[in-house]
Design a protein around this ligand. Sequence first.
Ligand code: MIC
Ligand code: SF4
Length: 646
Amino acid sequence: MAKNVAQKILEEHIVSGEPVQGREVALKIDQTITQDATGTMAYLQFEAMGVDRVKTELSVSYVDHNTLQYGGFENADDHRFLQTVAAKYGIYFSRPGNGICHQVHLERFGKPGKTLLGSDSHTPTAGGLGMLAMGAGGLDVAVAMGGGPFSIIYPKIVLVNLKGKLQPWVSAKDIILELLRRLSVKGGVGKIFEYGGEGIKNLTVPDRATITNMGAELGATTSLFPSDEVTREFLKAQGREDDWVEITADTGAEYDEVIEINLDELEPLIAQPHSPDNVCKVTDIAGLKVDQVCIGSCTNSSYRDLMVVAETLKKGGHKVHSEVSMTVSPGSRQVLDMIAHSNGLVGLIEAGARILENTCGPCIGNGQSPPSGGVSLRTFNRNFEGRSGTKDAGVYLCSPEVAVAAAIYGKVTDPRDLGEYPSVKLPERFIIDDSMIIPPAEDPSTVEIKRGPNIQPLPIKEPLPDEIRGRVLIKLGDNITTDHITPAGTWLKYRSNVPKYAESVFSAIDPKFHEKAKQLHGGFVVGGENYGQGSSREHAALCPMYLGIKAVIAKSFARIHKDNLINFGILPLTFEDPVDYNTIDEGDDLELSGLKEGLSSGDTLVLKNLTKGTEIKLKHGYSPRQIEIIKAGGKLNYTKSSGAVA
Ligand code: MIC
Ligand code: SF4
């Protein structure tokens, strides 16, 4: 039977389950990545599993999120812990300063045809190389490092057929913004987006990675490109031609859906505050005054991206507008090295750009918060309210081309007004220097794991009781992000300290939430559609678990967050009839009883609203494996008690 690219990789990695849409399948994981903000927890969990060395083909621990090390020892202690854990358990360690995990993994480690699981929602970036790369919570990644499979619901496979060729000043970012415009932030749930068509041959691997990276914002399981001659060229330029294998869709391969984008007609696009799918044409808002421009993040920080910006500034002899603060964070040390040797860096400096470290930086609210009420144009992937650190700032997401035009003119400007498009070719050979990637120790017994006071023990939950009762502590609307649940920015340094980080839960919505939760010994959370969209941070489940949250009842959930809730023994439940959302209010006392029997005997549970004296039906939709995890009080208990890493 003719197969598409996704089917080929999926089928080669299925260890149990049938490849039938909507059913759970377990996949063998070849490679894993972690980053520091989720990695500390993932490695504490890996240690708790008692496995002495990773069982994957390759595991890499990156430090790229918390690199500011301001106001205390916390970040530096975390880095030291991560470095020693990596050395002991057989994991490569990419030091702070080496770059953003997704960019470095693309450059140095990703392999077409392999599976990759990462404790970061933008892990699908590696789909630009023809990998099946998925984001997950740290505990799922820990289990994969221990040799356990990763389970997904077998998705719909969607072909995105790219026709024609991008016009000057229109780039890869505009393709994914166009998809977000059409499909919305929940349009990709339960789907893999596979790119094909004549248009892909003119997209380099970093261009493709921009698209697969931001597929995360569609809520997709993952996104990927075939592995073709373009992939081979890129790997060759990285000195890794041997890692190349060809993986293309067979003639006649079928897809569950087909979407077409005509690249000839695509225009520069921009996502307006506060959602990546709030997309319009740049020309629709041209003239809007801009206070800040940030170039970087795992979406748009490649050599090409930065050189387009540098060349545009240099060619016109432009300076950054006097009322704009412009920052540039290269995606990796290789990118920085490359732009330094190609005179791009000098162009950026001379124009007045502020050069930042090769990290996530402003993308995760680590520095460069915009002014009050300010307008910030960013080449990033998320513009959720408050994520930048300034609640009333308006963050817009755009391509490097649109960003540089705004930096020059101080207002949103159609980049096509800038004249001749600087054409940036990928080099035949990138500068390769892996000296900031430390291989694991040859003799693990010599490595002592170093823990500082910020590394607090893992909170563990009791097995599920038969009955849960509690108050509705908060009632929320649609599209609540994990940034609302457990914010990043100044809280980031407490990622390995759950008791402290738990104080941040819903703090921007209800600053007293954690006190209320503690006082009432937990309770329920009620949400709308797409609850938990955004990041993979399992803290958005772990911290509520610590505060005693027993169940989250919502209209629908984002994939990774739903898995994280189950992994930490919190019941994610949906309304059988979404209008029942209106019958529950904050402050109501709720009860779910007969849970053990109820979960195993069907998909429906009856919720009693003790305050209103009413009953409504809820759905769980858990697989038999998930029911066992929930009953055990979470995946760590389940993994330990079942004796198998599962
Ligand atoms: C993000 O972009 O939100 C993050 C920070 O990279 C997260 C991971 C985290 O919260 O540590 C993600 O995308 O998963
Ligand atoms: Fe880092 Fe931003 Fe990418 Fe998350 S989205 S990995 S914070 S650069």
